[in-house]
Write a protein that binds this ligand. Structure first.
Ligand SMILES: Cc1ncc(COP(=O)(O)O)c(C=O)c1O
Length: 381
């Protein structure tokens, strides 16, 4: 007898993310172009202008009609040179989210999967769908509460001990972490790794380039059980095209490559990725440096209003508030979109991704009159 597919295996609703919810916009009769988006962590200065030129020149009858290189060979060669790794250590995907599902297919099914929270929701989503046994652990500096997470004194060693005790097959660590913006330095990661040295580790470095000194654990892939996810949709602002990649030992990357749905990285995304690596690195450095200064200024201005934004290493940060959902609604009414962090287990936080100065000023104008009713102590998250 055939078993019917398990409907309960998958979610009945979409996992919330910071990108625009088009169904919600329809229900409110809002158009995307009416909104200023602080909820998605993409570089607000956009793709490198040289990348846009390369894309414009690339749109021809042939490039639109022909199939892309399913192995993304040219882009992989450029990434290999950029990271000083061999091309067979690299898998290109239709965004890192796409690669997460591929990892799920090959490595998470019915396995024991540790996730350090609060963090990006897609790890849970993939692991749950793959019927993995999820082991929820706290990121260092956070504790579990009845409703989610709160800042707390969990040390690196305690997390390592929890890893050792729970003995997972796979560990997800987002670094720098989304939504907190907290970064674990290599010696901290080393402490955690010692707790589960035989597990497969997935270090999600989607935001690594936003840090003052961009960091990567790319060279850890030589350990043979360390995979690194890198997104090009955030720093190079290619979210609409979708582009991300994975670094890993060739023995791990090979089976992922052969399992990947064919041609799923479109030709324009490959062209944009290659152009960004060839001519867009200075643009990335300059725009992300400007963004860091604007983040410092935005946090200072919010503090002046009575909010207590939490420290960050990247372009987004948490702001403790009485009700994230209510404040989000109030700001949406003014066409400003912030991330309600309830789905991260943080119902008393919004996440703000810094935008350009003029947009930041509008957010500050909108948040000022709401401060006395909304601002919440960081200690009370
Ligand atoms: C931590 C983290 N990883 C991965 C992704 C997915 O990025 P993409 O699929 O656009 O590369 C996101 C998107 O928000 C993210 O926040």
């Amino acid at each position: 007898m055939h078993e019917r597919p398990h409907l309960s295996m998958t979610q009945a609703t979409l996992v919330p993310h910071g990108t625009l919810d088009y169904a919600e916009l329809r229900s409110l009769s809002l158009r995307p172009e009416d909104l200023t988006i602080f909820s998605s962590n993409v570089n607000p200065y956009g793709p490198p202008p040289t990348t846009l030129t390369a894309l414009r020149e690339a749109i021809t009858h042939e490039t639109v009609a022909q199939y892309p290189d399913r192995l993304s060979l040219e882009l992989r060669d450029l990434l290999a040179a950029h990271h000083d790794l061999s091309a067979d250590s690299i898998l290109v995907g239709n965004g890192t989210a796409d690669i997460l599902w591929l990892i799920g297919l090959l490595h998470l099914q019915k396995r024991r999967v540790a996730i350090l929270g609060p963090t990006f929701g897609e790890y849970h989503n993939v692991a749950r769908t793959m019927q993995a046994e999820i082991i929820d652990l706290c990121h260092p500096g956070w504790v579990a509460t009845a409703t989610g997470y709160a800042p707390g004194a969990t040390s690196m060693e305690e997390v390592a001990r929890s890893l050792q005790k729970s003995s997972p097959d796979v560990v997800f660590v987002c670094n720098p972490n989304n939504p907190t913006g907290h970064y674990l330095a290599p010696n901290d990661l080393e402490t955690l790794y010692a707790g589960a040295p035989h597990a497969l580790w997935i270090a999600d470095e989607a935001y690594g380039e936003f840090m003052q000194t961009p960091a990567t654990t790319a060279d850890w892939i030589r350990r043979g059980n360390w995979l690194v996810l890198r997104s090009m949709t955030k720093d190079f602002a290619l979210g609409g095209l979708r582009l991300g990649y994975l670094l890993g030992s060739p023995t791990l990357v090979g089976p992922l490559q052969t399992t990947q749905p064919p041609w799923n990285v479109n030709l324009l995304a490959q062209i944009a990725g290659a152009a960004s690596l060839r001519d867009g690195l200075a643009w990335r450095r300059q725009t992300l440096a400007a963004l860091r200064e604007e983040t410092t200024a935005l946090q200072a201005a919010l503090r002046d209003q009575g909010y207590q934004p939490t420290p960050t290493t990247v372009n987004y940060f948490l702001v403790p508030v009485y009700s994230a959902s209510e404040l989000r609604r109030a700001l949406l009414a003014q066409r400003l979109v912030v991330r309600d962090c309830t789905s991260f287990g943080l119902p008393h936080c919004i996440r703000i991704a810094t935008q350009r100065p003029e947009a930041n000023a509008r957010l500050l104008d909108a948040m000022r009159p709401l401060a006395s009713a909304s601002a919440f102590p960081a200690s009370g998250i």
